[in-house]
Design a protein around this ligand. Structure first.
Ligand SMILES: [Zn+2]
Length: 259
């Protein structure tokens, strides 16, 4: 049985039906992330409605540049109220895609770092793991931030970074997570080859739409089982062993209790 370690679960209309379809594909649990106060509230509601299969993280998306410092105040207040019933902070991190072509990119990155610092202080205060959005050139800065705050548990979601940065992330004891892109994209396949199985997680990032064999298919937590199967192929290990290890990794990171 698989855990989808990163899903925008509150975006799905019929939660029961979504969970049923996921279970039919061997996905029995979902770590649900938020991006702002509104999606966080819906994520909390989803986790409350399905406490045995949906675990909530509260987040503040670093690439949503329209979010203000007041929006961050709202999220910080949510975390303060709900810290005992969430399994982590996510997604949080550093901006990258939104900086493209911006003349004020350096200032936006500095603002993003200050915001991440505030969130990591909250993670540290309540001993919560962190699900990071820190793609490409943002990864090294996020790694530095984790170290500066003494954060021990973190995952770089939909990880993409130079090989030496990935190595430093793994050496520091953090996880990296792969999406369905691993089935059809060389960059992700090379990542899986580089990273030991005990540092990997699988995710759907649903309802994100994928290409390759997933083209036109409804996206959701069920994709996580296909990701696990592909990792088993790439690692040339029995699928059951790989699935067990990936689930153990997710439970360890988010401190999940097996149903
Ligand atoms: Zn996401």
């Amino acid at each position: 049985m698989i855990i989808d370690s990163h899903c925008h679960f509150s975006e799905f209309g019929n939660l029961r039906e979504t969970l049923r379809t996921a279970l039919a594909h061997g996905v029995w649990g979902v770590v649900a992330v938020g991006c702002d106060a509104e999606t966080n509230a819906r994520t909390l509601a989803a986790a409350a409605a399905a406490p045995k299969s949906v675990w909530a993280c509260l987040g503040f998306h670093p690439d949503w540049t329209q979010l203000t410092d007041e929006d961050l105040d709202l999220v910080a207040a949510q975390i303060a109220v709900h810290h005992s019933r969430i399994v982590g902070l996510g997604e949080v991190g550093l901006p990258w895609y939104s900086l493209e072509g911006r003349a004020d990119a350096a200032a936006l990155m500095a603002r993003g770092r200050a915001r991440l610092d505030r969130l990591l202080r909250l993670a540290s205060r309540w001993d919560l793991p962190v699900a990071l959005h820190a793609p490409h050139g943002a990864a090294v800065g996020a790694l530095g931030a984790l170290r500066a705050h003494g954060i021990e548990r973190a995952v770089f979601h939909w990880h993409k970074a130079p090989a030496d940065v990935t190595q430093a992330i793994v050496d520091a004891g953090y996880y990296v997570s792969v999406t369905p892109e691993v089935v059809y994209r060389d960059r992700d396949r090379e990542l899986v080859a580089q990273v030991p199985l005990d540092a990997l997680l699988v995710e759907s990032d649903g309802p994100w739409q994928y290409g390759g064999e997933f083209e036109g298919l409804p996206s959701g937590p069920w994709f996580a089982s296909r990701v696990a199967e592909e990792i088993a192929k790439l690692k040339q290990l029995p699928a059951d062993d790989v699935i067990h290890q990936l689930s153990t990794n997710a439970c360890r990171l988010f401190d999940l209790v097996w149903a």
